[in-house]
Design a protein around this ligand. Structure first.
Ligand code: S3P
Length: 421
């Protein structure tokens, strides 16, 4: 059966920007208003953590109002902060908690308890923070006792916006300048947004530099659609036999838009329309039509700009002619699941010729895929990537835990159905 996709859709608000809007608004003075907020489980975890520290936050669907108490206005939580499944909540909030005049503990689900926290414990400790992994395995649960912090220069071994943002947030409270250099530039939403809240922050090449702040001030922010969610429809449009779709209001920040470059390099017909700047972020409508894709190599500095899209890029590669090689992406092993393993296992089960490597995968495209049951490992991005893969099979593809998409895209299946004809 020919798979036909038609229509216009918009995807939910950007997850990274939604988290940051709540966090920065909570430590700013006055009211912060977010529109286009992502009402998914991860961002709800961030809201719950700040409510537990005395911040009044009102939410009506994608509209969030935060009544910030200023840089020093958080109250000690009376119980363990619950970060759920969210690495962004865990790592960014740790930077803020390191400077408070109270002790706090945080923990999350089984996946979060396996994710590496040494990457933030080390630089925060260098700044003078007291941060302890309660099980002694460098993972959550963490106990953080606020301390006076010192500015540092940190050479991060990984390109990670969560690590960078954690240090920059601690830097707001430090006694002098703090800077972070990364091996390649990761998403820069913190740098863009904190400036809007009144912080003195700048970027020089791969280095972000922040000055201690006296106060931040509440902002109005219109959050654009998340390119990591749009990615499923970009891939669907490219690989379906007969597709012509428009995805409106997508954040196209170059530190996030690697999938557009890769789609083009694979021969994908994707065009940016109505390009504009909204709340300091580049935004466009993406027009995608069916394409004959060919394999390509994906490695180096582009990796951090598409890291969350690799599962669905692997699905695109399985439909492409020739070989796609993904390298320099060892970070995939420490996401919500080990995505090198989970992508390989599931694409192989569908009949794809795919070989995992230490830091990526090699995919020989063009094999006919067949339906199977996908093991999501409760990873939202695996569930959505393999829903897209179902466009390549005659038989049904079944997901063991379809509900895990609520982490970042609760309406995903409805939106997918909307464009299927
Ligand atoms: C994020 C950064 C990335 C990304 C995650 C969101 C952020 O993680 O994978 O989904 O909002 O800062 P890393 O910093 O671990 O690369």
């Amino acid at each position: 059966m020919k798979k036909r996709l038609r229509g216009t859709l918009s995807v939910p608000g950007d997850k990274s920007i939604s988290h940051r809007g709540v966090m920065f608004g909570s430590i700013a003075k006055g009211t912060t208003e977010l529109t286009g907020f992502l009402d998914g489980a991860d961002c709800r975890s961030t809201i719950a953590c700040f409510r537990a520290m005395g911040i009044k936050i009102e939410q009506v669907k994608d509209h969030v109002t935060i009544h910030g108490n200023g840089l020093h206005g958080l109250q000690a939580p009376t119980s363990m902060l619950d970060v759920g499944n969210s690495g962004t909540t865990t790592r960014l909030i740790s930077g803020i908690l390191s400077a408070q005049n109270f002790t706090s503990e945080l923990n999350g689900d089984a996946s979060i308890q396996k994710r590496p926290m040494k990457r933030i414990m080390e630089p925060l400790s260098q700044m003078g923070a007291s941060i302890v992994s309660l099980k002694g395995n460098d993972c959550a649960p963490l106990r953080i006792t606020g301390q006076p912090l010192h500015g540092i220069h940190y050479n991060s071994p990984v390109a990670s916006a969560q690590v960078k943002s954690c240090i920059l947030l601690a830097g707001l409270y430090a006694d002098e300048e703090t800077s972070v250099t990364e091996p390649a530039i990761s998403r820069n939403h913190t740098e863009l947004m904190l400036g809007g809240f009144g912080a003195t922050i700048r970027s020089e090449g791969n280095t972000a530099i922040i000055q201690p702040a006296k106060e931040l001030y509440g902002q109005k922010i219109a959050i654009p659609g998340d390119i990591s969610s749009a990615a499923y429809f970009i891939a669907a449009g490219l690989i379906a036999e007969d597709a012509d779709i428009l995805i409106t209001n997508v954040n196209t920040n170059p530190t996030r838009a690697g999938i557009i470059e890769v789609a083009k390099a694979m021969g994908g017909k994707i065009t940016l329309e109505n390009e504009r700047i909204v709340s300091g972020e580049p935004v466009a409508d993406l027009h995608v039509v069916s394409s004959t894709l060919h394999g390509c190599e994906i490695s180096g500095d582009i990796i951090p700009t598409l890291i969350d899209e690799i599962p669905v890029i692997a699905v695109m590669a399985s439909a492409a002619v020739g070989t796609t090689t993904i390298r320099d992406a060892a970070e995939l092993r420490v996401k919500e699941s080990d995505r090198i393993t989970t992508v390989t296992e599931n694409l192989s089960a569908m009949g794809c010729n795919i070989t995992p490597t230490e830091d990526g995968m090699i995919i020989q495209g063009g094999n006919a895929l067949h339906g199977t049951t996908i093991h999501t490992y409760l990873d939202h991005r695996i569930a959505m990537a393999f829903t897209v893969a179902s466009l390549l099979t005659e038989e049904e593809v079944t997901l063991d835990h379809p509900e895990c998409v609520t982490i970042s895209y609760p309406e995903f299946y409805q939106d997918f159905q909307k464009i299927m004809q």
